[in-house]
Design a protein around this ligand. Sequence first.
Ligand SMILES: Cc1cc2nc3c(=O)[nH]c(=O)nc-3n(C[C@H](O)[C@H](O)[C@H](O)COP(=O)(O)OP(=O)(O)OC[C@H]3O[C@@H](n4cnc5c(N)ncnc54)[C@H](O)[C@@H]3O)c2cc1C
Length: 453
Amino acid sequence: MTVLDDVSRRLAPVLGERLIANPAPDSVHFFAPDDRVPALVARPVDAREVAAVVAAAAETGVPFAVRSTGHSYARHGVVADGLVLDLQLMNGVHIDAERRVGTAAGGATAGAYTTAAHEHGLATGFGDTGSVGVAGLTLGGGIGYLSRRDGLTIDNLLAAEVVLADSTIVRVSEQEQPDLFWALRGGGGNLGVVTSLELQLRETNVITGGLLIFEPSAATVAALLSAATQAPDEVSTMINIMKAPPVPFLPSERHGTPIVMALVCHSGRPEEAEAALAPFRGAGSLLADLVRPQPYPAMFGAAPSQAGMQSTIRAGFGFDKARAETAIELIRTAPTVAAVVNLRPMGGAIARVPADATAFAHRHHEVMTGVGALDPAAVGPDRSRDWVTEAADKLGITGPKYVNFVGENDPDAVRDAYPEPTLRRLAEVKRTYDPGNLFRSNVNVEPAAADAR
Ligand SMILES: Cc1cc2nc3c(=O)[nH]c(=O)nc-3n(C[C@H](O)[C@H](O)[C@H](O)COP(=O)(O)OP(=O)(O)OC[C@H]3O[C@@H](n4cnc5c(N)ncnc54)[C@H](O)[C@@H]3O)c2cc1C
């Protein structure tokens, strides 16, 4: 009997038709499918079924990955010829407005949670895209439109239910298994399968936000970065140097030419928004101003969908303003229309949490920086990858990385994702909870050796 037959024999009675052999590639891939196609996909509906899948994976040794919505740039949620534990049916959300606690099942999307919370005038900060999984984003850190006000998503994580490698189901919080709670907040999918997350909700109803689009200029990039770092915590920003998309609010002759786009979100008192956003509006020559009061979930509509595309990214921290001109030139000559230099100013509440309080230790950086290329078939993955590498090198994007923006399936990435003391502590927790390294389709932390204490 092959290992896959063994897995099927164990799981078919538990999952029935929710154990799928030879799945269609696009049913597991969010980006354009590549050759990593699993042989089996298990779609549990509760923690007990997740535990059965984990036990089958551990006991058979089948190649194994955990997926919630498949948005990992390095495609860690899929594994070739193995078993994928796919949480897409565990997608429920519950909003307890009185306690201000939101609960997301392990496969819920940020968009579904945000829409449900908005009905109560509440929100938890995630990223910039509604289709991203709450679990995957939170386990890495979670940076987005409320981060300078409320901290990273992990700073708002109150508790989680986790299925461990030995298939026990535990509740984890500051009081319960605090070592595991520390590690979950930034340690990626290394520690277990998170079947539910409880998150702090904060009052967030109508924000003042949207797009500001400028003529491409290094001075504008520098002014936006200064505005973002000096802004009140209620303003979170993302700056994209990119080619203009074919949108009706830009003249057609500008389409495909470089622009500087700021995505701003002011989540403080509406009457303070104009003053807080004035330095952003004044950062350069405006081509379009779409910033206005709008419901917070509308911010998720600002970024174009990447579904079904080939994506290549390289990311790090820090941005030398003197290289802004280089960034604009790189965009001008990029081989694809969908190329971007993405700057995410940090600071505010992110920086007020001590670096060792969670497994996300990159809090002191002023800006997170990424280069990305989406690659419609015409361009080809090699040209896009070459451009991303060249651009990242020219912009000096090397060294530490945000674990959720690791773009390649590279075993050395773990040393960039975690500074040495964090990695050592993560490896200790890993040894306690996953000594056999069952959860390894991720930016993998190997368990500490037995004599490493
Ligand atoms: C279009 C797009 C926009 C993005 N924007 C942002 C952003 O604004 N801010 C930000 O911080 N990040 C952002 N990201 C990055 C995102 O946080 C990561 O890609 C994250 O890993 C996605 O999680 P997922 O659950 O959707 O992915 P999946 O591919 O399903 O999972 C990725 C990995 O996460 C782990 N994992 C996922 N779910 C679980 C679970 N329930 N239990 C245990 N392990 C789990 C597993 O190791 C898995 O291999 C974006 C990504 C994309 C593609």
